[in-house]
Design a protein around this ligand. Structure first.
Ligand code: FES
Length: 346
């Protein structure tokens, strides 16, 4: 089957035109061609890549995707969840964006387990056939042979020139998690595409930041911390991280965070918020870290006025936590949405 031509037209009449091959998703093909297609999750949950079919036909790959919940017409599609089965014209309610930067590209890789942190969380490496440049805080899509659809995992370090991506993965209960955490035959061949995500950090912005992360949302924040430390950012712009977990026996990466705090010479604070338990012995075990009991957005909210007003706010984690943190920051603390960068993992 040959490739089809896809035209995406925005409400201002601007057009992006690109080709979609058999088996490709419209969003992914468009981004790889440099088209500024609106998107966030790239995996069917957020709804940001919604478009309407004006002409042509699509192959729907996941009709029940959560991002389809707000469809208003049978012709509505999520560009990340359709292929083109004919030449296609789509319209957007909003506008085309700038081309993705760094560019989105595809790589082949070998995935291997690096460390098991808890029964639910592990570290994995993907060795690529070539580096995949990315910004600190971004994520990539990983597709496994024989498992339908890609999974989104955030890079936990910042080494964009290296041909290895390091991921922190939480067992989500699906087939990809069963494969990764089971007695599977790792290492395994995977396809990787990226980078994605707008919750990025660049030290040239020369601003402090406050990050609120829930669970595996800490992954992208670790990449930001890695980049910030290497750039000497904390000495000029003190930063803070709030990391929400359920209880001490589900905690991970505390050693890494404590070492970062120790090296930052008082210019980085990290607070661990346990929602379901008191911190107990962790207080003595990790003197470099702060501990609190409560939901992470509430703990961060209580400290809000202690941080610089011009701080960039990063929010990363499960949708409920991100929504609660966004409400707190925007409605209660009057932080401008332009100062908030978020990533939802659903
Ligand atoms: Fe397609 Fe999120 S980008 S649903």
């Amino acid at each position: 089957m040959s490739a089809h031509t896809v035209i995406v037209r925005d409400r201002a009449g601007e057009e992006a035109r690109f080709s979609v091959a058999a088996g490709e998703r419209v969003l992914h093909a468009g981004l790889m061609a440099g088209a500024g297609l609106p998107h966030e999750c790239a995996t069917g949950t957020c709804g940001s890549c919604r478009a309407r079919i004006e002409d042509g036909a699509v192959e729907r790959l996941w009709p029940e995707a959560p991002g389809a919940a707000r469809f208003r017409s049978d012709n509505d599609v999520l560009m990340c969840q359709v292929g083109a089965s004919a030449d296609l014209t789509l319209s957007l309610r909003g506008k085309l964006t700038c081309p993705p930067q760094p560019p989105v590209c595809a790589r082949a890789g070998i995935l291997s387990a690096s460390a098991r942190l808890t029964s639910e969380v592990g570290l994995f490496d993907v060795t690529l056939d070539a580096p995949l440049p990315y910004a600190a805080g971004q994520f990539a899509l990983v597709e496994f042979d024989g498992i339908a659809g890609p999974r989104a995992y955030s890079m936990i370090s910042y080494a964009p020139d290296e041909p290895v991506l390091k991921f922190l993965v939480r067992h989500g209960g699906g087939p990809a998690s069963a494969f990764l955490f089971g007695d599977s035959a790792l290492p395994a061949s995977v396809s990787v595409m990226g980078p994605f995500g707008a919750a990025v950090f660049d030290p040239s912005e020369a601003r402090p930041f406050v990050a609120i992360a829930g669970g595996s949302g800490i992954a992208g924040i670790l990449s930001i911390l890695d980049r910030a430390e290497a750039a000497g950012h904390f000495a000029r712009h003190p930063c803070a991280v709030y990391f929400g977990l359920r209880a001490p026996d589900t905690a991970y990466q505390l050693d890494t965070l404590a070492e970062l705090v120790a090296r930052a010479d008082g210019k980085l604070s990290v607070t661990i918020a346990y929602s379901d338990a008191e911190p107990g012995e962790d207080v003595a075990r990790y003197p470099a870290l702060e501990f609190a009991q409560g939901f992470v957005h509430e703990v961060a909210g209580a400290d809000h006025d202690a941080h610089p007003q011009d701080a960039i706010r990063y929010v990363a984690g499960p949708p409920k936590m991100v929504d609660a943190a966004m409400r707190l920051l925007v409605m209660e603390k009057k932080v401008s949405p332009t100062d908030i960068r978020y990533d939802k993992f659903g």
